[in-house]
Every structure is written in structure tokens, then in C-alpha cells.
Write a protein that binds this ligand. Structure first.
Ligand code: FAD
Length: 394
């Protein structure tokens, strides 16, 4: 029966899963490719009673409230800074908004010494046997775990190794997004300013520059080549007014550039033998798909079902997906709209978006849809269950 679980990825889903596995008496190990926990980053939100209830059960809600940004209103302005559209802080910031780096740190700290952490390494090969999964690490280390879980995001290596190439599971949604630090800019707490021309968005908020642009076709580039990514952004934004020259100047020196396509992950089933996926690796939508909340819900369910089944993954894995699959896919749908919302492709599209989002009834309706999507799941109470004292079979 399962005792040891290797989790790949220490952002949101990974630490949340490690927390619950540890609490149920399993022995989680987390391997993260970055040399240390990533700090700062964009702000991410939680909304509704399911997300907040789980954070409370994990004992991290108060600490997250202390670290929260307070949310920021989103203002869309023209070249001269005149406001064209404005949305309240809770539209983008939900009920609780924190910087992703703060969230990861707080979740990792919550698992305490029940988790073994390995930074600066990754998995290069997985071989499943009847006894477990033999794992080869980039460092050359080899170890065997009872189970392996990919919590390594939309471009998951675990998914590629165990479920097949990325092109079979990831669909490009026609847009790219990027973010980088804006030195000298005040950090969280100020409203986000956004500027559009057709097919492009440039924004400043939380001490970061953020851009989005339309690209119906996928762009071929090396994910590890920072300069190539900077060139792509410069090409798309060269010659634009407003604050864009300042953002591009900061881009030259940026060492922490985040650049990715907006895409949707669709892999079924989420598990194969002793290997499972959780968070964006299973059901990500890059941005706008409530992936942060889904990651915490899915981690709770995966660990809980393993505990309820006494560590029998053959019983637990199908139950995990049956419980969370539809919930995650409903939340993901938001990601389909994100690009078109951020950077409509025509001037008329921008005017229409502004008109609609300046209407209180439209904002109420959109937030109600998001609120419903975040709450439509009944989660069992797994507290008190452990690998050694499972729930009687259902
Ligand atoms: C700009 C932006 C804003 C967002 N805003 C929100 C929001 O407001 N609300 C919301 O719900 N969601 C938001 N999201 C989405 C949210 O950030 C993700 O859904 C969430 O981070 C998913 O968590 P995860 O742990 O599954 O994956 P990730 O956060 O992608 O983490 C994956 C981790 O795995 C590591 N990793 C990757 N490859 C390997 C490897 N080969 N070996 C070891 N480790 C590896 C990475 O370094 C990383 O630490 C936003 C996303 C972006 C880009």
C-alpha cells in the first residue's frame, strides 16, 4: 500500500498535496526544478466558500489574509490616461488575493517537516513496476516511490513522460501573456492600469509589467531562451504609446520574465497506473480558469481519497477524478475567454468590451458565474482519516 509519494512541482498544487498527504500519514517528497521557492510573481485569487473553507481547514487562511494584496481595481485607460472602463477590486481579486510567491511559501511552511523538499532538480525518467515507480532525477539520483504525482503546471514533464507528448493534451487558445518586474514601481495595493490597442494589452500593477497579445498561431520558440522571448514581446509592442516604452525598457533588464501561451490542458484520465496529475498539469487554463482554487481542491481530494482507500491508488485515483473532474473543467472554461477579454482583436471589440464591463448588471452576472463555478462541488470530510485507518468501503 502507498506510503511514499513523489510530487513534482512546488508552486500551489504540489505543496497543498504534500500538506494533506502528510496530514493523512503518508510520506511526501517534493521535487522542484527552480533552485528555491519562487518569490513575488503575479497575484492570484481565491473565491467562495469551497476555496476559503479548505484554506481554513489547512490552517493557512489567517496567514494568507495577513499577506493579501487587498485586491486592485482594474482601470482601462486611453493613451492620455483617461479612464475608459473600470472594474472593482473583487472582479479580478476574488475574496482573497495574494502574490503567488507568498502563497507557495505559506503552503510549504504549512506542511512543515512532514515533507522532504528537493530544489534545483527534476525527473528525467519514470518506470513503473509492480512494486512502485522507479524515478531517475536530472542530478543522477535514482529512487523508488509508491506513487508519483505531476504538479508541474500546464507544460508538465510528468505528463509528457507518463501520458505522452504535450501536443496531445494542450490546446493553444490564441493568445500569449507575459509579466516581469517593474523596478521603482509601487508594489501591491495600487489599481492596475491597462492600455489596449487591437489585439494587444499592456498593463502595470502590483509592481509588475504585464502584457497580452493575440496570436492565433502558436509561436515556435525555446522556452528556456529568455532573449528569444524578450524579442517576441518587443516585436509585438514596439512603437506603441502610453507607458509601453517604460515597460519595454524594464524588459531589457528583466531576469524573472514569465512568458507563456494561453492554453487549455485536457488529459483524460488524470491518472495512469501509479502516476497522477493535479492542478494545472491536469486541468490548467494558464490564466482566468480559477486554476489556483482548483489546485487546492484537487490536492485535498487526491490525498483524501488515498487516505479513504487505505493507500490503494487503484481505488482512490478513479474516485479522485470522478469527484473533481467536472468541477475543474467548469472552472477551466473561464480561460477560454481570457485572451479576448484582455486584448480584443478589433477596435470595435475593445469598445464593446468596455461598454459591457462598465455595466453593473454585467459585472454582477459575470461574478455570479465565477462564484457558482468555484462552489459547485461537495467535498467529503477526510479529516481524521489516515493511511492506517481508512474509511470503510463505500
Ligand atoms: C498572470 C497570471 C495570473 C493568474 N491569476 C490567477 C488568479 O487570479 N486566480 C487563479 O485561480 N489562478 C490564476 N492564475 C493561474 C494560477 O497561477 C495557476 O492555475 C496555478 O498556479 C496552478 O498551480 P500549479 O501548482 O498546478 O502549477 P504552477 O503554478 O504552474 O506550478 C508548477 C510548478 O512546477 C515547477 N516545475 C515545472 N516543471 C518542472 C519540472 N520538470 N520538474 C520540477 N518542477 C517543475 C514550476 O517551477 C512550478 O513551481 C494566474 C496565472 C497567471 C499566469
Amino acid at each position: 500500500m502507498t506510503r511514499t509519494v513523489l510530487i513534482c512541482g512546488a508552486s500551489i498544487a504540489g505543496p497543498a498535496l504534500a500538506y494533506w498527504l502528510g496530514r493523512h500519514g503518508f510520506h511526501p517528497t517534493v521535487v522542484e526544478i527552480a533552485p528555491a521557492l519562487r518569490t513575488g510573481g503575479n497575484a492570484v485569487d481565491y473565491r467562495g466558500p469551497v476555496h476559503l473553507g479548505l484554506l481554513e481547514r489547512m490552517g493557512v487562511l489567517d496567514r494568507l489574509r495577513e499577506a493579501q494584496t487587498g485586491g486592485t481595481a482594474m482601470r482601462f485607460v486611453d493613451e492620455h490616461g483617461r479612464v475608459l472602463m473600470e472594474m472593482p477590486a473583487d472582479f479580478a481579486g476574488g475574496d482573497l488575493e495574494v502574490l503567488r510567491g507568498d502563497l507557495s511559501r505559506i503552503l510549504c511552511e504549512a506542511s512543515g517537516d512532514r515533507t522532504e523538499w528537493i530544489f534545483g532538480d527534476t525527473i528525467t525518467a519514470l518506470t513503473e513496476t509492480t512494486a512502485g515507480v522507479d524515478v531517475t532525477f536530472r542530478s543522477g539520483n535514482r529512487r523508488t516511490f509508491d506513487l508519483v504525482v505531476g504538479a508541474d503546471g500546464v507544460h508538465s514533464t510528468v505528463r509528457r513522460l507518463a501520458f505522452g507528448p504535450e501536443r496531445d493534451h494542450v490546446r493553444h487558445l490564441g493568445y500569449y501573456v507575459a509579466g516581469w518586474d517593474l523596478p521603482g514601481d509601487p508594489g501591491p495595493g495600487r489599481d492596475t492600469l491597462n492600455y489596449n490597442v487591437p489585439g494587444r494589452l499592456a498593463a502595470i500593477g502590483d509592481g509588475q509589467a504585464f502584457v497580452a497579445f493575440s496570436s492565433p498561431e502558436e509561436i515556435a520558440y525555446d522556452r528556456h531562451d529568455l532573449d528569444a522571448q524578450k524579442r517576441i514581446i518587443r516585436d509585438r509592442f514596439a512603437g506603441l504609446g502610453w507607458e509601453v516604452p517604460r515597460l519595454l525598457a524594464a524588459l531589457d533588464d528583466a531576469t524573472d520574465l514569465y512568458f507563456d501561451q494561453i492554453c487549455r490542458v485536457d488529459v483524460r484520465p488524470w491518472t495512469k497506473g501509479r502516476i497522477a496529475l493535479v492542478g494545472d498539469a491536469a486541468s490548467g487554463a494558464t490564466i482566468g480558469g480559477m486554476g489556483n482554487g482548483t489546485a487546492v481542491v484537487a490536492a485535498y481530494a487526491l490525498a483524501g481519497e488515498l487516505a479513504a482507500a487505505g493507500g490503494d491508488h487503484a481505488v482512490a485515483f478513479p474516485r479522485y477524478e470522478a469527484l473533481v473532474g467536472d468541477f475543474a473543467r467548469r472552472a477551466q472554461q473561464g480561460g477560454e475567454m481570457t485572451g479576448r477579454f484582455l486584448a480584443p482583436r478589433t477596435a470595435r471589440g475593445i469598445r464593446m468590451r468596455n461598454w459591457l464591463h462598465n455595466r453593473a448588471w454585467f459585472l454582477r452576472m459575470t461574478m455570479k458565474v465565477a462564484g457558482d463555478r468555484s462552489a459547485r462541488i461537495d467535498l467529503p470530510d477526510y479529516i481524521g482519516l489516515s493511511a492506517a485507518s481508512p474509511r470503510p468501503p463505500r
